[in-house]
Design a protein around this ligand. Sequence first.
Ligand SMILES: O=P(O)(O)OC[C@H]1O[C@H](OP(=O)(O)O)[C@H](O)[C@@H]1O
Length: 325
Amino acid sequence: MAVEVPGEVRRIAEDIKTMRIRGAGRIARAAARALMIAAQEYNSGGLDEFLAYMEDVARLLVSTRPTAVSLPNAVNYVMRVLRENRFQSLEDARRAVVEAARGFIEYSEQAVKRIGEIGARLIRTGDRILTHCNSSAVESILVTAWRSGKRFHVYATETRPRFQGYITARNLAKAGIPVTLVPDSAVLQVIETKRITRVIVGADTVTANGAVINKIGTSQIALAARLHRVSFIVATETYKFSPYTVVGQPVEIEERPPEEVLENPPPGIRIRNPAFDATPPEYIDMIVTERGIIPPKSAALVLWEMFRRSPAEVHQLRVEEDSTG
Ligand SMILES: O=P(O)(O)OC[C@H]1O[C@H](OP(=O)(O)O)[C@H](O)[C@@H]1O
């Protein structure tokens, strides 16, 4: 019989699903923490049962939201220690999971900080910066630049239907940064009349060809920025680069409940609520990562460096995941 998943782990999975825990980086760290808790709380059998149970937990976590690849990348990073090693005892296996999860969380936190330092160098006093949704990588850049004495103004979109732009506006205001909240539909007008100098957004997934999957509306903003020759910058940790796209697997765009758009739609009206869209590499000037700034066309190189797997190996990995799923 399958071992029961601890309540706290199920709660984390539910919180990711319902977006109480949100943001691609936070989701990844929460998933790593959930695997750590699952390993620590396991007390009902031997090593083989433990391995099967951890695979169950991994599947539960990965199934919560489909788009941000940071989630399966974090889970696979931790699970790889179990999948690729032979352990003599349950305690050794448990310890390896806890260490890997801690390692991932630490790396991720440092990466966001490093992106802040690297990206802050791009900001100039006098900039008028537009951002969309809420990205901790973008916030890290803006807050670091501000603390280093640069003075600028940020325009934050509301980001319907979940209004994550309010989180951004609140956090920036708290840091003392002048911020103006604007409706999503005002983007072109704001870029034009406020003479925006830079757009900076986060990412949920970066594909092998350098396209960026981010909060719905990002691609429209990229188009508007292109129209006015405003540089379009993406800030992201490298674990949001998708190894699956190396073999051409499309990124699934999450479709969220219609009630998020309209609670009680009048009869006869259908509602669609896609949560993300894809911005092609041609519209992206640079991607700021913890490893440095790259042009979007170099995404495949980053993937190769990180995973060091040939396309055939990635394909095999996917097949194995699917068959255990
Ligand atoms: O990792 P950080 O930079 O914090 O966030 C990255 C992205 O995650 C968010 O998705 P959601 O709000 O979880 O749907 C937004 O799309 C944001 O740009």
